[in-house]
Design a protein around this ligand. Structure first.
Ligand code: CMC
Length: 430
C-alpha cells in the first residue's frame, strides 16, 4: 500500500482516492469509492488503463519486453524447465522440489483419461466442425461428467478440478483432431511425458508404432510453456468474470476457450500462417505492408502488435529459436514460409509505420510455422494454445476464488441510448 493518494476534482466534488503499489509495475488509483463520493463512473472500454484485479501470478512489462511467472523470467522457464513444472509454479506459487514435482506429475498423469461416455459425445459433431467449436462444447461438457469436483467452496475439489483440467485438455484436443480427420481416438500413455503423450495421441495410429522425436517433443513442451499464462488478457478476464458468479471451473474454462478463438487473440496463430501462405513469396511483401498501413483497408499484419508489448514479445524470440530447431531437425531447408516470415519481420522492423506504432512480432508470428512443421493443420493451432493456457486460466480462477474480497464482476456503462419515454401503441406510431 502506498502512502500516496489521488485527488479528483470535478464540479463541486473533491474526491480523495487511495493509491496502491504492487511489487512491480505502475501504481493504481483505487476508484472503488468514486461513485459514492462523486456519483460518476470511470470510463475505459478495452481496459487500457484499468487494473481489473490484484494478482500474484504473472507480470508483464510491455515496454521492456519482460514476462515473469511468479517472478521467474519466461526465457529461463522455457530453456531450463518444463511445462508441468511451470504448471506447478503457476498453481502453487513456487517451483517444486524434486519430490513435489514427481508427485505432481504422477497426479496429473493419473487424470489423463476422460470418461468413456464422453467419446460418444464427439460423434454428435460434424466431422468438418472447426476443432475449436468442438473444444468449446466438450470442455463445457466436462462439468456434466465430473460432479465431484464442481463445488467451488471446497479447496480439495478446486484442486482436483484444476488437475483434471490440465490433465484432460490434451486428451480432448487430440480427440477433436482425430475426429476431424476421421482416425480412431488414441488413448493417453502414462509412461510418456506431457508433450510426448500429446504428440502420441495426435499422431499415432493403431496400425503401426509411433516413434517420438525428442527434439519435436521438447519443442511442443516449449510451445506449451510459452503460452501457459499471460496475466489479464481477454480470455483470462473472461474466465475470471465467468467464475466471479460462482460458476464451476469447467464452465469457466469453456468460456475462456470461446474468447480465445477470436483472431485478435488466440486465433492469431492460425491467421498469421494463413497470411504467410497468402503472401506466398518475398516479392509480394511490399503489397501487404502497404495494405497494413492503409487506413481504409481493414487488413492487419497478423502476428504483429500487442496491447501490452510495445517492444519485442519475449516469447517471440524463444519461438523463433524453437522454429529453427524444429525445421533443422526435420531437414526442412529453405522453407518458403519461413523465408517470407523472416523478410516480413525484417521489413516491418525497419518500417517507419511499425516503428512509430511499436508493432513488433508477437508469439504467434513464428508459432504457426513451427506447428505446421510438427504436422498440425492450421485449424488446430488455437486448440494447442487453449491446451497450454488452461493452467493459466485455472490458476487465475483459483486465485480469484481464494481472494477473501472476491465479489461478482459487474462493470457499469456510459448509457447513450434513448432517454425514458412512454410506450406508444402500434396504431399510434405513425
Ligand atoms: N498491423 C497493422 N497495423 C496495426 C497492427 C497490425 N498487426 N496492430 C495494430 N496496428 C495499428 C492500428 O491500426 C492502430 O493504428 P492507429 O493508431 O493509426 O489507428 C495502432 O496500431 C494501435 O492499434 P490498436 O488496435 O489500437 O491496438 P490494440 O492494443 O487494441 O490491439 C492487437 C492489439 C494485438 C489486437 C493488434 O495489434 C492486432 O490486431 N494484431 C494482429 C493480431 C495478432 O497478432 N494478435 C495476437 C496477439 S498476441 C497473442 C494473444 O494475446 O492472443
Amino acid at each position: 500500500m502506498t502512502e500516496q493518494s489521488a485527488k479528483l476534482n470535478f464540479g463541486s466534488t473533491n474526491a480523495g482516492l487511495e493509491m496502491r503499489s504492487g511489487t512491480l509495475g505502475p501504481d493504481v488509483i483505487d476508484v472503488t469509492s468514486l461513485y459514492k463520493q462523486g456519483g460518476v463512473f470511470t470510463y475505459d472500454p478495452g481496459f487500457s488503463s484499468t487494473a481489473s484485479c490484484e494478482s500474484k501470478i504473472t507480470y508483464i512489462d510491455g515496454d521492456e519486453g519482460i514476462l515473469l511467472h511468479r517472478g521467474y523470467p519466461i526465457d529461463q522457464l522455457a530453456e531450463r524447465g518444463d511445462y508441468l513444472e511451470t504448471c506447478y509454479l503457476l498453481l502453487y506459487g513456487e517451483l517444486p522440489t524434486q519430490r513435489e514435482k514427481d508427485d505432481f506429475v504422477y497426479r496429473v498423469t493419473r487424470h489423463t483419461m476422460i470418461h468413456e461416455q464422453m467419446s460418444r459425445f464427439f460423434t454428435g459433431f460434424r466431422r468438418d466442425a472447426h476443432p475449436m467449436a468442438v473444444m468449446c462444447g466438450s470442455v463445457g461438457a466436462l462439468s456434466a461428467f465430473y460432479h465431484d469436483s464442481t463445488d467451488i467452496a471446497d479447496p480439495h475439489q478446486r484442486m482436483v478440478a484444476s488437475l483434471r483440467m490440465v490433465a484432460k485438455m490434451p486428451t480432448i484436443a487430440a480427440m477433436a483432431y482425430k475426429y476431424h480427420i476421421g482416425q480412431p481416438f488414441v488413448y493417453p500413455r502414462n509412461d510418456l511425458s506431457y508433450a510426448e503423450n500429446f504428440l502420441h495421441m495426435c499422431f499415432a495410429v493403431p496400425c503401426e508404432p509411433y516413434r517420438i522425436n525428442p527434439v519435436l517433443a521438447r519443442a511442443m513442451d516449449r510451445i506449451f510453456i510459452l503460452h501457459a499464462d499471460h496475466e489479464q488478457n481477454a480470455s483470462t478476464s473472461t474466465v475470471r468474470l465467468a467464475g466471479s458468479s460462482g460458476a464451476n471451473p469447467f464452465a469457466c474454462v469453456a468460456a475462456g476457450i470461446a474468447c480465445l478463438w477470436g483472431p485478435a487473440h488466440g486465433g492469431a496463430n492460425e491467421a498469421a500462417l494463413n497470411m504467410l501462405m497468402e503472401i506466398g513469396s518475398k516479392d509480394r511483401i511490399p503489397e501487404f505492408i502497404a495494405r497494413a498501413k492503409d487506413k481504409n483497408d481493414p487488413f492487419r499484419l497478423m502476428g504483429f502488435g500487442h496491447r501490452v508489448y510495445k517492444n519485442y514479445d519475449p516469447r517471440a524470440k524463444i519461438m523463433q529459436q524453437t522454429c529453427h530447431e524444429v525445421l533443422d531437425e526435420l531437414g526442412i531447408k529453405d522453407d518458403p514460409l519461413l523465408e517470407v516470415a523472416m523478410e516480413l519481420e525484417r521489413i516491418a522492423l525497419t518500417d517507419e509505420y511499425f516503428i512509430e506504432k511499436k508493432l513488433y512480432p508477437n508469439v504467434d508470428f513464428y508459432s504457426g510455422i513451427t506447428l505446421k512443421a510438427l504436422g498440425f493443420p492450421t485449424t488446430m493451432f488455437t486448440v494447442l494454445f487453449a491446451v497450454a493456457r488452461t493452467v493459466g486460466w485455472i490458476a487465475q480462477w483459483k486465485e480469484m476464488i481464494e481472494d477473501p474480497h472476491q465479489r461478482i464482476g459487474r462493470p457499469r456503462q456510459l448509457y447513450t441510448g434513448a432517454p425514458m419515454r412512454d410506450y406508444v401503441s402500434p396504431e399510434e406510431r405513425g
